[in-house]
Design a protein around this ligand. Structure first.
Ligand code: NAD
Length: 491
């Protein structure tokens, strides 16, 4: 069905690559410049995308601004119905979305299908939960006076997303924003724009009015900056690196504009000797290497009680060694490629630096050379890492994990809190009193105790410290897209 986005050249010349347009004000819009999209499983270009310039960004924001008054005035039930219709269209096109995520992200096909179902589920959740938002009328009891606290949509939202979960991350921003009456201009990551464009096209098919949800594509320092440096958005919803998050926040200060940011992570897991750790090893391996380690709340540092350290390390490495590295479309693949050449080379540099500082590579530690070509890296386990080393503090957005022993639990907590990030933390112990005490001490927006699970839509998700500002998902996440207004009424 992608053909209906009018691939510009495919119909003209069979040999020309498909050019993907932006989706602005309810229609496909091509710019003057395009760039190649590279399939991470092969390293070869498979399509072209539009590089949106200032004219396209201006027109998307102007459409969002002019469609805002009618969209915010529509009933919440009307907006919910449209978003639920869009969720159903995502489900109808699951096979297409999964195949495209495979091609643009390098995500193994099973995981790609899961992302699509999750995106549809999230869309339904936000649509329904938004109906339950309300304000308050406090019982102040002043004669002939009421004080009403109401919620209003913030206005035009710019949503900027990364490459690792291009569909579900976008839904986590556009669905709550649209549900409460905001309008949205999204800019997906330059490596993974196709699913976002298709989502916007399906939104129009579902009946969302023109201009309410547009997508502009292009590189971060060009198209992304044009959006961020534009005075129109009243909120920037950003998921990406801490470095770019800081820039967005600094620029947004010019207009005292709200920024909701989901940034980097370097999530620790603490494994105590009394935990049923043998049963947990395979799910810990899965949580460390999921999506080829390109997953913000994956486990990237594991602190293990010295009593069980050797055994734990042996079993963890054995389970990691069984992971099959391969092209994303192959159903046998556990670990696909990294998304792009730059991400791969950044990881290579980080591992080289860790080695130079004295870390020991126990497994992997090198790119995987596959006949298909592409950006593969072997699942990697590092030990002998001290808290001062860069690898202990800097985010590792790839398939590498650090495992260290602890003798004193207080040191484990200290080291776990020792990075500038505070996104997620994991704790494994049979002692629930200790678990509750430590969960309180861990500097993280989410703490998982004795379990590994994706975040639920009903629970807030987000980071402390340099992992971000504000929350996504849940009622709290939806409220981020609203502002409170107090109305004093005398009668
Ligand atoms: P990135 O910050 O380089 O890019 C993310 C998005 O920002 C892309 O769309 C990019 O084009 C855009 N961008 C880049 N520079 C920009 C600029 N100057 N102005 C405006 N937009 C700009 O991030 P990445 O390396 O592609 O993605 C991985 C990062 O995302 C990791 O740090 C990871 O932890 C983080 N992440 C966080 C979460 C979370 O929920 N906390 C989830 C997923 C990913």
């Amino acid at each position: 069905m992608l053909e209906c986005i009018m691939p510009k050249n495919a119909t003209e010349q069979a040999s020309s690559p498909t050019v993907h347009p932006c989706w602005i004000d309810g229609q496909a819009v091509y710019g003057d410049t395009t760039y190649p999209l590279i399939n991470p499983s092969t390293g070869r270009s498979f399509a072209q995308a539009t590089m949106a310039d200032a004219t396209l960004v201006d027109s998307a924001l102007a459409a969002a601004q002019s469609s805002f008054p009618n969209w915010r005035a529509a009933s919440a039930a009307f907006r919910t119905d449209l978003l639920c219709a869009l969720a159903n269209l995502i489900r109808e096109h699951q096979a297409w979305f999964a195949k495209t995520l495979c091609d643009e992200v390098g995500k193994p096909i099973g995981a790609a299908r899961d992302e699509v179902s999750n995106a549809a589920h999230l869309m339904d959740y936000f649509a329904q939960e938004s109906l339950r938002l309300s304000g308050r009328i406090p019982l102040l009891g002043y004669p002939r006076e009421q004080v009403m606290i109401v919620r209003e949509p913030v206005g035009v939202v710019a949503a900027i997303t990364p490459y690792n979960y291009p569909l579900s991350t976008l839904v986590c921003k556009m669905a709550p924003a649209l549900a409460v009456g905001c309008t949205v201009v999204a800019k997906p990551d330059e490596h993974t724009p196709i699913t976002a464009i298709r989502l916007a096209q399906l939104a129009s098919e579902a009946g969302l009015p023109n201009g309410v949800f547009s997508v502009v594509t292009g590189f971060g320092p060009e198209t992304g900056r044009l959006l961020v440096e534009h005075p129109t958005p009243r909120l920037i919803a950003f998921t990406g690196s801490t470095e770019v998050g800081k820039e967005i926040q600094a620029v947004s200060a010019r207009w005292v504009r709200k920024v909701v940011s989901e940034l980097g992570g370097h999530c620790p897991a603490i494994v105590c000797a009394d935990a049923p750790w043998r049963e947990l090893v395979s799910s810990m391996v899965c949580q460390s290497f999921r999506n080829c380690g390109q997953y913000c709340y994956r486990i990237s540092r594991i602190y293990v009680d010295r009593q069980i350290y050797d055994e734990f390390l042996t079993e963890f490495m054995a389970a990691t060694g069984r992971l099959r590295v391969g092209p994303a479309p192959d159903p046998e693949t556990d670990l696909g490629p990294m998304n792009n050449a730059m991400a791969l080379s950044h990881l290579q540099n980080q591992i080289a630096q860790a080695r130079a500082e004295g870390a020991r590579v126990r497994l992997g530690g090198a790119p995987a050379d596959l006949p298909s070509g592409g950006f593969y890296y072997l699942p990697t386990v590092l030990t002998d890492v001290t808290p001062e080393m860069r690898i202990a503090r800097e985010e590792v957005f790839g398939p590498a994990v650090v495992i260290s022993p602890f003798a004193d639990p207080r040191t484990a907590i200290e080291e776990a809190n020792g990075s500038p990030y505070g996104l997620g933390a994991y704790l494994f112990t049979a002692d629930l009193a200790r678990a509750m005490e430590w969960a309180g001490q861990l500097e993280a927006g989410s703490v998982w105790v004795n379990r590994i699970h994706q975040a639920y839509p009903e629970a807030p998700f987000g980071g402390m410290k340099e992992s971000g500002l504000g929350r996504e998902k849940s009622r709290f996440g939806i409220e981020e897209y609203t502002e409170l207004k107090t109305i004093y009424l005398s009668y």
